[in-house]
Design a protein around this ligand. Structure first.
Ligand code: TXA
Ligand code: MG
Length: 351
């Protein structure tokens, strides 16, 4: 049985943290909160421990993990020849929601990187994550704490929905504040490339890397995917999700309402994911409506995105009609990306 430990991020219990750190040193799995989403951690230098992560998540071994550090000094053991740009980005954005792809050292086992010569590294800002890494005295390899292809976990409760006894310990530190994963930037390419938009807006990165490219191609061929985690089927709820895009949120909601009524007449259970404003148009008293936040409030919308998807799944709806009530600016790019992937190509453009 996995044991859940509530930990107050503002008053961290050192006994519990010592126990969790010992688990990591012993090759066990510990789920922990980060500011983006929860992770399932193992000693990044221990191939056998890392193997357990893939098994617990039912994740294909071709999808590499992120190595989490608490101090830039740890880079020496993980990364071969840290380029100047990496130091600059680390100084500007770490700790925080930025993951850098760099050349790996031989100390990092090949299953951490799925055989790739590069390794993903990130320094999270969450105090519990930092404390765990520091006490373990090792970098921690950790993917998001969800079953493969499902929405990520942004609370200890979400972790407990996906895992019953695959983990040795879960540190429950409440809700993740950002709610979408880190921004992944490949610095080993000739021109730096964003492989996954995330919690750090690309606009912030562009100040340091004007030539930065974004390649969030929705590839479905594992062999050709630049970042294997870019496979389209990802972040998916159990219900089929249809994504509605359009410049006018009211008209988008109108269209969703019509579609919901049609599907409901066919006897299907409908869930709605939308802005608070759209919720007023779409709530009819018995439909499952999850409001992500006020239009334009990107922080609230990103924070509640995975909670919303999981909530509607708990309601066992058959179809989720989702609106992306955000533009592609700032956090909006990551929010749209996750919704787009959840929809697995089911996108309706409302003009
Ligand atoms: O915010 C986050 O990044 C969270 C928290 C726990 O830190 N972690 C997370 O990990 O989202 P995961 O495993 O769910 O996503 C890692 C992403 C995947 O898309 C993976 O393909 C990519 O990073 N990745 C990892 N190593 C890579 C590498 N060497 N080259 C290219 N992509 C890589
Ligand atoms: Mg993930």
């Amino acid at each position: 049985m996995t044991i859940f430990y509530p930990v107050d991020p503002g008053n961290i219990n050192s006994e519990i943290m010592e126990q969790a750190a010992a688990c990591i040193r012993d090759g066990k799995l510990v789920a922990f909160p980060t500011e983006t989403v929860y992770g399932i951690g193992a000693n990044a230098f221990d191939a056998a421990a890392v193997e357990k992560i893939y098994k617990a998540k039912r994740r294909p071994s071709s999808d590499p993990l992120i190595v989490h550090i608490a101090d830039v000094a740890q880079l020496d053991d993980i990364v071969e020849d840290v380029p100047e740009l990496a130091w600059q980005l680390a100084q500007a954005f770490w700790p925080g929601p930025l993951t850098l792809i760099l050349n790996k050292t031989d100390k990092i086992p090949s299953n951490v990187t799925s055989g790739k010569p590069s390794v993903a590294v990130r320094m999270p800002s969450h105090p519990i994550a930092q404390e765990l890494i520091r006490r373990a005295q090792r970098p921690i390899a950790a993917p998001s704490a969800n079953l493969f292809s499902k929405p990520s976990s942004t609370s200890g409760k979400h972790v407990s929905e996906d895992f019953v006894d695959e983990l040795d310990m879960v540190l429950d530190g409440g809700e993740s504040t950002i709610g979408v994963e880190s921004t992944v930037v490949n610095l080993t390419a000739s021109v730096p490339v964003v492989l996954r938009p995330g919690g750090l807006p690309v606009e912030a990165l562009r100040k340091f890397i004007p030539e930065l490219q974004i390649k969030t191609s929705y590839l479905d061929e594992e062999t050709t995917a630049a970042s294997p985690g870019m496979l389209l089927k990802h972040y998916s709820p159990n219900a089929r999700l249809v994504l509605y895009l359009g410049d006018d949120p009211k008209r988008v909601a109108e269209r969703m309402k019509n579609e919901a009524e049609k599907l409901e007449a066919d006897g299907l259970g409908i869930g709605i994911l939308c802005s608070s404003q759209q919720g007023k148009q779409l709530n009819n008293g018995n439909r499952a409506v999850f409001e992500l936040g006020e239009e334009g409030d990107l922080e609230t919308i990103s924070k509640s995105l995975y909670r919303g998807l999981r909530h509607l799944d708990e309601d066992r709806v058959d179809v989720i009609l989702a609106s992306a009530p955000v533009s592609s600016e700032g956090l909006g790019l990551a929010i749209r990306d996750r919704l787009y992937r959840s929809a697995e190509g089911n996108v309706v453009e409302v003009s």
